[in-house]
Design a protein. Sequence first.
Length: 454
Amino acid sequence: MSSLISRRLIGGVFRFGHLRSLHSSSVWSGKVVQFKLSDIGEGIAEVQLKEWHVKTGDRVSQFDNLCDVQSDKASVTITSRYDGVIKRLYYKVDDVAPVGKALVDIELEGEGEDSAESADDDKSAQSAATDKSKKADGGKSSDEHETSSSFALHSGKVLATPAVRRIAMENKIKLGEVSGSGKNGRVMKEDVLRFLGHIGPAETTSKASDQPRPAFTPLSGQDKTIPIRGYTRIMMKTMTQANTIPHFGYNDEVVVNRLIDLRAQLKKLASEKGTKMSYMPLFIKAASLALTQYPVLNASLDSSLENITYKSAHNICVAMDTPGGLVVPNIKHCEQRNLWEIALELNRLQEAGKRQQLDRNDLADGTFTLSNIGAIGGTYASPVIFPPQVAIGALGKIEVHPRYDNHMQIYPAHIVKVSWAADHRVIDGATMARFSNLWKEYLENPALMIAEMR
Ligand code: COA
């Protein structure tokens, strides 16, 4: 069961590389196995090395963690499949490891020259590794073995180097309690020292001068240039692509007084269902119902700009603000899910996003996007399409404003502003406006939405 789950989550992303007839002076005197990052699929060309769990000379056993890597699609921990000694690490933390290149060399324990086949070509070496794996797990397919034994999802632990962990351990402090100032919340040495009170907050200096003149001194250290990594790297690539799309914008406001009543009722029941019910599941379901009538908005444009594919599934992406930056997982088949099912899946994705544990299936195959920037603040936004999709909506914060009712009486209206953007090469303004009107109708009259749910 677990191997099947692993395979689905990881999808055989990485494979071991070839065995080489290298020899070493270590006590094992064994054959050296070189791990390579081979074809990851889905166009992924590289991963970022997040953390090493081993160093050269360490002895490792099967299933020991070797390192954490972040691909465009997921965070994974790479585990050893062999007993042996680490001979070489090919990358430093934060390096980008390209697909097809070696990651680590392990000198195998108890594999002397006699037992080692000379296997300089990938094919024979791959089968040697497979034979070994079959023996180890009772004859599973190599595919199953590779995915189940080589990888585990990111453990979600605090990011820190072994040196920082050691300082924390020696001082008996929990790293989770230290606020990390590094990339993606990584806990740095200074953070631990500051936590221990060994250094003060970032110091500021000022110079007294008789001559009044503007004197600007840096508040905290020097400028620093850091490589763009992780979710931000994905955002950089996707948004660069999006910049080629001519965006059409359309804004409106939706009165959600009735929706607020409905949500309040559902919220009370949510804990019994083991979830929480925010407004998002309602916004998402209304979008799915409206997409059923305007399928051109749930579509993708091919790179040659020759074809548009109407997607049968409503895999609605939700922009998420996470400690690692913006990430956009999707809820599969919203057209088939009820509100509880959408809420459960949203909660799962939100929790996984917080821990940067989203797997690549969560991030793949989205067909339409909603961005609830109002969870943070603001009214209108200018959302940017997530290619190859053709439309996106951004929601502002629900606020109370005075509005007139049908009898020209002022009443307190709870209003959410929506900002749509559509790919104007294939979507015209009238279609976007009609879709938005229908979505708005569902939210202003939730009874109508419920009536249309299957
Ligand atoms: N207006 C008023 N209240 C809102 C709101 C809005 N637009 N959005 C959220 N809330 C409320 C929720 O109902 C919830 O209230 P509750 O505690 O009474 O249930 C509370 O704020 C916290 O909601 P949250 O945990 O954020 O859940 P959510 O389902 O509404 O949103 C995410 C989930 C992942 C979309 C959201 O947390 C998020 O990350 N938003 C930022 C998206 C972003 O960065 N977009 C920009 C992309 S460039």
